[in-house]
Design a binder for this molecule. Structure first.
Ligand code: PMV
Length: 326
């Protein structure tokens, strides 16, 4: 086969350190790319094929959105990943970024990080309903991303507008820190939880106050990151978890894991949409945190940050550890 006919790409997963849910309403947030990736091998094709099967109508909305936006023909996708689906670790955003890069390369279109981030954001919006660009910007750019942070902090990347919200995306320096993820094993799709928060906010002014407060403490957390102050950042993460619980997006399993790791952590919180999925802990005792997560029924993963964003690959792993978020 001609090498132009097949492209392999990958993009990292992510963890939101502060500000999920409130970022949907234009408040600040911080996320880091993690060293778990989503790989896609993409070819031109007569039919729309995913992992060897013809896609049924309405399935694979992320991929469909990117094909549609780029006005290209059908493709065959083989995808593998070690990011659990619907776990709060950005599997669908990583899928969307890697598909956008692959399609752009395969069909000789402009390859530009900002355009890939926009394709991926539009795909999330199409598939999930209301969304912010935090996941898709992080999985595209990699490293550390802040949204709507104060002037002078970070390097501006791009700005995304939708309805009444504006998200200014910047690249930020993040000092070396160790995070442990605790996956509950509970599959928790993002769309319904984002919708639950929207309804709560519509019915109850108190929900808007919580969202504002998450925005305020996220700004304090950004400052702590800039100073490399793990104690302060950890404390703010734990406060963020409590506010997310009040907002109704935590669950018993997440609360149990957060409480179990606190004696060995600077702080801990759910990450991503919640309702299941994952929590993260900032710690200098990763082994003790992993053990506490295991003892309380979770699956621990030590993650490394400073990870590269979406890129072209020579090869892809043959199998992934988890089913696809398709
Ligand atoms: O659970 P995830 O990885 O899809 O993260 C969702 C983050 C939210 O703030 C809840 C939604 C969004 O689009 O920002």
């Amino acid at each position: 086969m001609n090498e132009q006919d097949c492209v392999i790409t990958s993009a990292p997963g992510k963890m939101i350190v502060l500000g999920e849910h409130s970022v949907v309403y234009g408040k600040p947030a911080v996320a880091l790319a993690i060293d778990r990736r989503f790989y896609c091998r993409v070819q031109k094709s007569q039919d729309f094929i995913v992992n060897g099967h013809r896609a049924i109508a309405g399935s694979h909305p992320h991929i469909r959105s990117i094909i549609h936006d780029n006005k290209v023909g059908n493709i065959s996708v083989n995808a593998v990943t070690d990011i659990p689906a619907s776990s709060g670790l950005g599997s669908s955003a990583a899928l969307s970024s890697s598909i956008s890069l692959a399609i752009r390369k395969l069909f000789n279109k402009e390859i530009d990080e900002e355009e890939i981030a926009r394709d991926a954001f539009n795909a999330e919006w199409f598939a999930q309903g209301r969304a912010s660009p935090i996941d898709t910007s992080t999985c595209t750019h990699g490293k550390g991303i802040a949204i709507n942070n104060p002037e002078g902090m970070g390097r501006p990347l791009w700005e995304i507008n939708k309805g009444e919200n504006t998200w200014k995306v910047t690249d930020i320096d993040v000092p070396k820190m160790t995070f442990v993820v605790g996956y509950t094993g509970i599959h928790a799709p993002t769309g319904p939880i984002v919708e639950k928060v929207r309804k709560f906010k519509e019915r109850n002014g108190f929900a808007s106050d919580i969202i504002d407060e998450i925005g305020l403490i996220t700004l304090l957390g950004m400052n702590a990151i800039r100073r490399g102050d793990k104690e302060d950042l950890g404390d703010i993460m734990t406060r963020n978890h409590k506010l997310l619980s009040i907002l109704g997006v935590s669950c018993n399993e997440l609360n149990k894991l957060v409480n179990a790791v606190l004696p060995h952590s600077f702080g801990a919180k759910l990450t991503g949409s919640g309702g299941g999925g994952s929590m993260i802990a900032l710690t200098d005792e990763p082994d003790a945190v992993c053990e506490a997560i295991r003892l309380h029924g979770g699956i621990p993963m030590v993650v490394h940050t400073e990870t590269e964003g979406v890129r072209v690959e020579e090869t892809a792993p043959r199998t992934g550890a988890f089913p696809l978020p398709l």
